[in-house]
Design a protein. Structure first.
Length: 31
């Protein structure tokens, strides 16, 4: 069904980056 696995990989990478950015923002103390 998946003809281009690269597309799925890019989606996964983007999702991972968003999670890392969100985690970094929440991990930092907000004053």
């Amino acid at each position: 069904m998946l003809k281009k696995q690269s597309g799925s990989a890019e989606c996964t990478v983007i999702f991972s980056v968003l999670l890392l950015l969100t985690y970094a923002l929440f991990s930092q103390p907000v004053d």
